[in-house]
Write a protein that binds this ligand. Structure first.
Ligand SMILES: [Zn+2]
Length: 294
Protein backbone atom coordinates (compact mmCIF):
# COMPACT_ATOMS: atom_id res chain seq x y z
CA UNK A 1 0.00 0.00 0.00
CA UNK A 2 1.18 3.59 -0.62
CA UNK A 3 2.92 5.47 2.20
CA UNK A 4 1.02 8.31 3.92
CA UNK A 5 1.08 11.58 1.99
CA UNK A 6 2.95 14.64 3.30
CA UNK A 7 -0.42 16.33 3.54
CA UNK A 8 -1.64 18.42 6.47
CA UNK A 9 -5.43 18.83 6.44
CA UNK A 10 -7.08 22.09 7.47
CA UNK A 11 -10.53 23.62 7.13
CA UNK A 12 -9.37 27.22 6.74
CA UNK A 13 -6.05 28.65 5.59
CA UNK A 14 -4.13 29.84 8.66
CA UNK A 15 -1.34 31.73 6.89
CA UNK A 16 -1.03 33.98 3.83
CA UNK A 17 -1.75 32.13 0.62
CA UNK A 18 1.22 30.30 -0.82
CA UNK A 19 2.46 31.59 -4.18
CA UNK A 20 1.67 28.25 -5.79
CA UNK A 21 -1.31 26.10 -4.89
CA UNK A 22 -2.86 22.79 -5.86
CA UNK A 23 -6.35 23.26 -7.31
CA UNK A 24 -8.72 20.35 -7.71
CA UNK A 25 -11.36 21.96 -9.89
CA UNK A 26 -14.59 20.17 -10.77
CA UNK A 27 -17.33 20.80 -13.29
CA UNK A 28 -20.46 18.67 -12.82
CA UNK A 29 -18.57 16.03 -10.85
CA UNK A 30 -15.70 15.72 -13.32
CA UNK A 31 -12.13 16.75 -12.52
CA UNK A 32 -10.49 19.39 -14.68
CA UNK A 33 -7.14 18.39 -16.12
CA UNK A 34 -4.84 20.33 -18.46
CA UNK A 35 -5.90 19.93 -22.08
CA UNK A 36 -2.70 18.21 -23.10
CA UNK A 37 -1.23 14.70 -23.24
CA UNK A 38 -0.30 13.51 -20.77
CA UNK A 39 -2.67 15.61 -18.64
CA UNK A 40 -0.38 16.25 -15.66
CA UNK A 41 -1.77 18.24 -12.74
CA UNK A 42 0.65 20.86 -11.44
CA UNK A 43 0.43 23.63 -8.81
CA UNK A 44 -1.05 26.83 -10.23
CA UNK A 45 0.27 30.34 -9.68
CA UNK A 46 -2.81 31.37 -7.72
CA UNK A 47 -6.22 30.00 -6.86
CA UNK A 48 -7.43 33.32 -8.18
CA UNK A 49 -5.81 32.48 -11.49
CA UNK A 50 -7.35 34.49 -14.28
CA UNK A 51 -8.69 31.37 -15.91
CA UNK A 52 -10.57 29.98 -12.89
CA UNK A 53 -11.73 32.92 -10.82
CA UNK A 54 -14.74 34.14 -12.88
CA UNK A 55 -16.07 30.58 -13.04
CA UNK A 56 -15.91 29.66 -9.33
CA UNK A 57 -19.25 28.58 -7.81
CA UNK A 58 -17.82 27.20 -4.54
CA UNK A 59 -14.41 26.75 -2.96
CA UNK A 60 -13.10 24.87 0.05
CA UNK A 61 -9.66 24.82 1.59
CA UNK A 62 -8.26 21.34 2.01
CA UNK A 63 -4.88 21.88 3.73
CA UNK A 64 -1.27 21.90 2.58
CA UNK A 65 0.72 19.41 0.53
CA UNK A 66 4.47 19.84 1.05
CA UNK A 67 3.70 23.35 2.29
CA UNK A 68 1.53 24.40 -0.66
CA UNK A 69 -2.14 25.32 -0.23
CA UNK A 70 -4.66 22.83 -1.63
CA UNK A 71 -8.12 23.89 -2.75
CA UNK A 72 -11.15 22.25 -4.24
CA UNK A 73 -13.15 24.46 -6.59
CA UNK A 74 -16.58 23.98 -8.11
CA UNK A 75 -16.62 25.74 -11.47
CA UNK A 76 -19.55 26.56 -13.73
CA UNK A 77 -17.62 25.39 -16.79
CA UNK A 78 -14.12 24.41 -17.87
CA UNK A 79 -11.87 27.38 -18.74
CA UNK A 80 -9.75 27.39 -21.89
CA UNK A 81 -6.77 25.07 -21.59
CA UNK A 82 -8.58 22.53 -19.38
CA UNK A 83 -10.93 19.65 -20.07
CA UNK A 84 -13.26 17.56 -17.94
CA UNK A 85 -12.17 14.03 -17.09
CA UNK A 86 -14.23 11.34 -15.32
CA UNK A 87 -12.91 11.23 -11.75
CA UNK A 88 -12.04 7.55 -11.74
CA UNK A 89 -10.04 7.76 -14.96
CA UNK A 90 -8.35 10.99 -13.85
CA UNK A 91 -7.41 9.46 -10.48
CA UNK A 92 -5.79 6.47 -12.19
CA UNK A 93 -3.36 8.84 -13.86
CA UNK A 94 -2.46 10.88 -10.78
CA UNK A 95 -0.62 8.53 -8.43
CA UNK A 96 -0.24 9.24 -4.72
CA UNK A 97 -0.51 11.63 -2.95
CA UNK A 98 -2.59 13.48 -5.57
CA UNK A 99 -4.98 10.55 -6.01
CA UNK A 100 -5.96 10.66 -2.33
CA UNK A 101 -6.30 14.42 -2.47
CA UNK A 102 -8.55 14.25 -5.52
CA UNK A 103 -10.70 11.75 -3.59
CA UNK A 104 -10.83 14.11 -0.61
CA UNK A 105 -11.64 17.08 -2.85
CA UNK A 106 -14.48 15.28 -4.61
CA UNK A 107 -16.03 14.17 -1.33
CA UNK A 108 -15.86 17.66 0.21
CA UNK A 109 -17.68 19.09 -2.82
CA UNK A 110 -20.26 16.32 -2.79
CA UNK A 111 -20.95 16.84 0.93
CA UNK A 112 -21.27 20.61 0.38
CA UNK A 113 -23.65 20.10 -2.56
CA UNK A 114 -25.85 17.59 -0.75
CA UNK A 115 -26.23 19.51 2.55
CA UNK A 116 -27.36 22.96 1.41
CA UNK A 117 -30.56 22.52 3.41
CA UNK A 118 -31.07 21.19 6.91
CA UNK A 119 -32.12 17.55 6.86
CA UNK A 120 -34.20 18.09 10.02
CA UNK A 121 -36.12 21.31 9.34
CA UNK A 122 -35.34 22.36 5.75
CA UNK A 123 -33.69 25.70 6.56
CA UNK A 124 -30.72 26.67 4.32
CA UNK A 125 -27.52 25.67 6.14
CA UNK A 126 -24.33 27.71 6.70
CA UNK A 127 -20.69 26.67 6.74
CA UNK A 128 -19.40 26.23 10.29
CA UNK A 129 -16.40 28.49 10.98
CA UNK A 130 -13.94 26.08 12.60
CA UNK A 131 -14.74 22.61 11.33
CA UNK A 132 -15.78 20.89 8.13
CA UNK A 133 -19.49 21.08 8.77
CA UNK A 134 -22.68 22.76 7.57
CA UNK A 135 -24.94 23.93 10.35
CA UNK A 136 -28.60 24.88 10.44
CA UNK A 137 -29.06 28.40 11.89
CA UNK A 138 -32.59 27.52 13.03
CA UNK A 139 -32.26 24.17 14.83
CA UNK A 140 -28.44 23.80 15.00
CA UNK A 141 -28.51 20.41 13.25
CA UNK A 142 -24.97 19.85 11.97
CA UNK A 143 -23.98 17.86 8.88
CA UNK A 144 -20.45 16.52 8.51
CA UNK A 145 -18.98 14.91 5.40
CA UNK A 146 -20.33 11.39 5.23
CA UNK A 147 -18.27 8.23 4.98
CA UNK A 148 -19.79 4.92 4.01
CA UNK A 149 -17.56 2.03 5.16
CA UNK A 150 -17.57 -0.86 2.73
CA UNK A 151 -15.90 -4.19 3.34
CA UNK A 152 -13.88 -6.17 0.85
CA UNK A 153 -12.95 -9.78 1.51
CA UNK A 154 -10.63 -12.04 -0.44
CA UNK A 155 -11.53 -15.58 0.56
CA UNK A 156 -8.73 -18.15 0.17
CA UNK A 157 -8.09 -21.81 0.87
CA UNK A 158 -5.01 -23.96 0.87
CA UNK A 159 -6.50 -26.27 -1.66
CA UNK A 160 -9.67 -28.01 -2.71
CA UNK A 161 -10.48 -31.40 -1.24
CA UNK A 162 -9.43 -32.92 -4.58
CA UNK A 163 -6.09 -31.02 -4.73
CA UNK A 164 -5.16 -30.10 -1.14
CA UNK A 165 -1.80 -28.51 -2.03
CA UNK A 166 -3.15 -26.21 -4.76
CA UNK A 167 -4.14 -22.93 -3.11
CA UNK A 168 -7.13 -21.04 -4.48
CA UNK A 169 -8.90 -17.71 -4.06
CA UNK A 170 -12.62 -17.05 -4.43
CA UNK A 171 -13.41 -14.31 -6.95
CA UNK A 172 -16.79 -13.10 -8.15
CA UNK A 173 -18.36 -11.04 -10.91
CA UNK A 174 -20.93 -8.33 -10.43
CA UNK A 175 -23.32 -7.80 -13.38
CA UNK A 176 -21.89 -4.32 -14.03
CA UNK A 177 -18.28 -5.54 -14.42
CA UNK A 178 -16.63 -5.51 -17.83
CA UNK A 179 -16.70 -8.94 -19.51
CA UNK A 180 -14.27 -11.44 -17.99
CA UNK A 181 -13.37 -9.37 -14.92
CA UNK A 182 -13.55 -10.87 -11.43
CA UNK A 183 -12.82 -9.31 -8.05
CA UNK A 184 -12.97 -9.89 -4.30
CA UNK A 185 -16.33 -9.82 -2.50
CA UNK A 186 -17.54 -6.45 -1.22
CA UNK A 187 -20.48 -4.91 0.56
CA UNK A 188 -21.54 -2.00 2.74
CA UNK A 189 -21.41 -2.12 6.52
CA UNK A 190 -24.88 -1.99 8.09
CA UNK A 191 -25.76 0.11 11.17
CA UNK A 192 -24.92 -1.78 14.35
CA UNK A 193 -22.50 -4.12 12.62
CA UNK A 194 -18.77 -4.55 13.26
CA UNK A 195 -16.42 -4.81 10.30
CA UNK A 196 -15.90 -8.48 11.06
CA UNK A 197 -19.63 -9.19 11.32
CA UNK A 198 -20.12 -7.46 7.97
CA UNK A 199 -17.56 -9.73 6.30
CA UNK A 200 -19.14 -12.89 7.67
CA UNK A 201 -22.58 -11.71 6.55
CA UNK A 202 -21.50 -10.49 3.11
CA UNK A 203 -19.53 -13.63 2.32
CA UNK A 204 -22.45 -15.82 3.42
CA UNK A 205 -25.01 -13.76 1.48
CA UNK A 206 -23.03 -13.39 -1.72
CA UNK A 207 -21.49 -16.83 -2.12
CA UNK A 208 -22.84 -18.97 0.73
CA UNK A 209 -19.52 -20.01 2.31
CA UNK A 210 -18.18 -19.53 5.83
CA UNK A 211 -14.80 -18.04 6.77
CA UNK A 212 -12.40 -17.57 9.70
CA UNK A 213 -9.02 -15.98 10.37
CA UNK A 214 -10.03 -12.53 9.10
CA UNK A 215 -6.82 -10.55 8.55
CA UNK A 216 -6.83 -6.81 7.98
CA UNK A 217 -5.10 -5.89 4.73
CA UNK A 218 -5.58 -2.13 4.23
CA UNK A 219 -8.04 0.62 3.38
CA UNK A 220 -8.64 3.15 0.64
CA UNK A 221 -10.72 6.28 0.28
CA UNK A 222 -13.12 5.69 -2.61
CA UNK A 223 -15.08 8.80 -3.66
CA UNK A 224 -17.96 7.12 -5.51
CA UNK A 225 -19.56 8.91 -3.82
CA UNK A 226 -18.15 8.64 -0.28
CA UNK A 227 -16.92 5.15 0.53
CA UNK A 228 -14.10 3.94 2.69
CA UNK A 229 -13.02 0.56 1.41
CA UNK A 230 -11.66 -1.72 4.16
CA UNK A 231 -10.04 -4.88 2.88
CA UNK A 232 -9.44 -8.21 4.63
CA UNK A 233 -8.36 -11.67 3.70
CA UNK A 234 -10.45 -14.53 5.06
CA UNK A 235 -9.81 -18.26 5.17
CA UNK A 236 -12.57 -20.52 3.83
CA UNK A 237 -13.83 -23.00 6.39
CA UNK A 238 -16.72 -24.66 4.60
CA UNK A 239 -19.63 -24.49 2.23
CA UNK A 240 -20.01 -24.74 -1.53
CA UNK A 241 -20.45 -21.60 -3.64
CA UNK A 242 -24.08 -20.51 -3.91
CA UNK A 243 -24.45 -17.24 -5.85
CA UNK A 244 -26.68 -14.46 -4.59
CA UNK A 245 -29.18 -13.79 -7.39
CA UNK A 246 -28.98 -10.29 -8.85
CA UNK A 247 -25.76 -9.39 -7.00
CA UNK A 248 -23.33 -12.03 -8.17
CA UNK A 249 -23.27 -13.03 -11.82
CA UNK A 250 -20.61 -15.69 -11.31
CA UNK A 251 -18.29 -16.81 -8.51
CA UNK A 252 -15.56 -19.44 -8.71
CA UNK A 253 -12.49 -20.77 -6.98
CA UNK A 254 -9.40 -19.92 -9.02
CA UNK A 255 -5.97 -21.49 -8.72
CA UNK A 256 -3.29 -18.85 -8.11
CA UNK A 257 -1.70 -19.44 -11.52
CA UNK A 258 -5.02 -19.44 -13.40
CA UNK A 259 -6.69 -16.22 -12.34
CA UNK A 260 -9.11 -14.30 -14.57
CA UNK A 261 -8.63 -10.58 -15.23
CA UNK A 262 -8.76 -8.66 -11.96
CA UNK A 263 -8.90 -4.92 -11.03
CA UNK A 264 -5.70 -2.89 -11.55
CA UNK A 265 -3.46 -1.97 -8.61
CA UNK A 266 -4.93 1.53 -8.73
CA UNK A 267 -7.75 0.21 -6.54
CA UNK A 268 -7.44 -1.59 -3.21
CA UNK A 269 -9.09 -4.62 -4.83
CA UNK A 270 -6.11 -4.85 -7.18
CA UNK A 271 -3.62 -4.50 -4.32
CA UNK A 272 -5.48 -7.01 -2.13
CA UNK A 273 -5.69 -9.68 -4.83
CA UNK A 274 -2.17 -9.10 -6.20
CA UNK A 275 -0.40 -9.01 -2.83
CA UNK A 276 -2.28 -11.99 -1.44
CA UNK A 277 -1.76 -14.15 -4.51
CA UNK A 278 1.96 -13.30 -4.66
CA UNK A 279 2.36 -13.89 -0.89
CA UNK A 280 0.78 -17.34 -1.33
CA UNK A 281 3.32 -18.17 -4.02
CA UNK A 282 1.35 -17.30 -7.16
CA UNK A 283 2.33 -15.01 -10.05
CA UNK A 284 1.28 -11.34 -10.34
CA UNK A 285 -2.30 -11.41 -11.70
CA UNK A 286 -3.28 -9.84 -15.03
CA UNK A 287 -5.13 -6.61 -14.39
CA UNK A 288 -7.89 -5.17 -16.52
CA UNK A 289 -7.84 -1.55 -17.64
CA UNK A 290 -11.48 -1.01 -16.75
CA UNK A 291 -13.43 -2.93 -14.13
CA UNK A 292 -16.85 -1.56 -15.00
CA UNK A 293 -18.74 -2.24 -18.20
CA UNK A 294 -18.18 0.51 -20.73
ZN1 LIG B 1 -32.63 22.76 10.98
Amino acid sequence: MPAPAPFVPAVRASAPATSLSWCFAFVAGQLLVPDEEPATLAPLASIASAAFEPLVAARHYLGTLDGLDCWVLQLHEAPAGFRRAPLRAAMMGLGEPLMGLASRAAQVLEWDRAHRFCGACGTPTELAPHERARQCPACKHTSYPRLGPAMMALVWRRGSPAAPHRAEVLLARSPHYAPGVYSALAGFVEPGESLEECIHREVAEEVGVSVRNLAYYGSQSWPFPHSLMVAYTAEWTGGEIVRQEGEIEDAQWFALDALPKVPPRFSIAGHLIGDTVVAMGGPEPHATASVVRA
